[in-house]
Write a protein that binds this ligand. Structure first.
Ligand SMILES: [Zn+2]
Length: 277
């Protein structure tokens, strides 16, 4: 510990000797005042050093010998050899490292910048979160709109006949049956089109069944029976009132069963017949 203390003391002296002009009394007074507080220069070398710099400041002649080794010193305090030896010592280097610590403190002064960066980061994070939340809300809004679209274009159940199946043997009888469901007094116009053939299977469906949808799912065996044909009467039906228009056609077979195609089944495909009666 004593050795450490001496090394510290010698290094301190070298630093002072390299840095200050001891001919200025205010400098020497400052060093001695500090020394009174800290009591660093306590060894024989330190005491010599204090006496020497005071003499120099006071303008007194000195022996110009190094206070450490006794050889000639150009600066009248410590010779260049001692300055170099002590300044280059491992101890001095380790001290310089610790002396450099204040520089590290300077680096810590960069902290505000780091803080600003961190603030910026968290600020950006907050903005990102807000943007994501807004996106989410927007998506939910779109989803709600999407699901509400069917409300604008409701899929109505297909209209089914409320009349009994009644066999027909002529165009007039067929016409009369169609008129039951589409009476002229309610604004319908029913016109006989022609006689034609139609698939037998279509008349065997349940009321409301879509012919094309059913036919897509038929097995080969079912198709065999389904696609036989029979005679039908075909009628055109129209309904025009102000801004509403409905058109379509009805087919009725000899049994009096009816299939319907056109815009009488809102929300369903209008390119296919469906079983009506
Ligand atoms: Zn010396």
């Amino acid at each position: 510990m004593g050795d450490e203390k001496l090394k510290q003391e010698l290094l301190y002296m070298v630093k002072l000797a390299s840095k200050y002009d001891f001919t200025r009394m205010e400098v020497v007074e400052g060093i001695l005042r500090l020394e009174n507080e800290r009591q660093i220069l306590g060894s024989v070398f330190g005491k010599r050093f204090k006496a020497r710099i005071f003499d120099i400041a006071a303008g007194q002649a000195t022996d110009e010998k190094c206070v450490i080794c006794g050889k000639h010193a150009d600066n009248h305090v410590i010779c260049q050899h001692c300055i170099d030896t002590i300044g280059d010592s491992d101890y001095a280097k380790s001290q310089f490292k610790t002396v450099e610590k204040p520089k590290l403190k300077l680096k810590f002064n960069i902290k505000p910048a780091v803080k600003i960066n961190l603030n910026l980061k968290s600020c950006l994070q907050v903005i990102a979160i807000i943007v994501l939340v807004l996106l989410l809300i927007f998506q939910i809004w779109i989803a709600i709109l999407w699901h509400s679209i069917p409300n604008y274009n409701p899929k109505e159940e297909p209209r089914n006949s409320s009349f009994e199946i009644t066999p027909v043997t002529s165009v007039d009888e067929a016409y009369a049956q169609i008129l039951l469901d589409f009476p002229e007094e309610e604004g319908y116009t029913v016109t006989f089109g022609r006689m034609d053939y139609e698939y037998v299977g279509r008349f065997d469906l349940k009321p409301g069944d879509c012919c094309l949808e059913i036919e897509e799912g038929l097995s080969d065996e079912e198709r065999y029976d389904y696609f036989f044909t029979e005679d039908v009467y075909i009628f055109y039906i129209s309904y025009l009132e102000n801004h509403t228009g409905k058109v379509g056609m009805a087919e009725i077979n000899g049994d009096g069963e009816i299939i319907l195609e056109g815009s009488f089944n809102d929300g369903r495909r209008t390119d296919s017949f469906y079983k009506f009666r």
